[in-house]
Ligand binder design. Sequence first.
Ligand SMILES: [Zn+2]
Length: 216
Amino acid sequence: MKWIDIHTHKAYKYQCDVIFIRNAFLYAYVPKQLNYFCSNGLHPWYINQPFDSNELLQLLNQESTIALGEIGLDRLKPNFNQQLDLFKKQLKIGQQLNIPLILHCVKAYPEIIELIKDYQAPIIFHQFQCNIHLTKFLLNQTNVYFSFGKQLFRKQIPPCLDLIPIERIFLETDTSSMHVKDCYKQLAKIKHVKLEALQLCIEENFIAVFGKQFRT
Ligand SMILES: [Zn+2]
């Protein structure tokens, strides 16, 4: 059974026991290995980069790209209105393609929840951290999944994690250099489940979001 890293900025060059989605921003990438996929999109920290809708459309149509992202809103970064404008433009493209979405959301949950309500394809909140009230609301949206990484290692585990069943969870390493299996071990401990059961469940979640072709 493989480990799945749903959102990473690195390539696992020598660790082919991981299926991973590398965040490729607005760059093209065509993988040679079967376990290497990417997401494309304009990250809210880099909104000053040139953005062309047609270019994004082309990237999202590459065989290796299986998600739009990470895109989103970040209240701790400048130009919120410009972020909003670019987020909406990208969401529209994602909706047309019906492609899974990987979201970056920092202190902008109400705005994002409003904007994604018509998004039909699966949605994954990366580094999810939100209050109980909005977490409950999002759990009722059956196409929404929650991804955790470094928050799992904090002394204080995010309270929202108690509410979320493993059937709606993914794991990620984001910008860190660790192996995603460390996140699996940590989550298995927190949720009191066997590591193998967690692996199986996350693999099923992956198939539910990205399709049957990923059944190994
Ligand atoms: Zn990231």
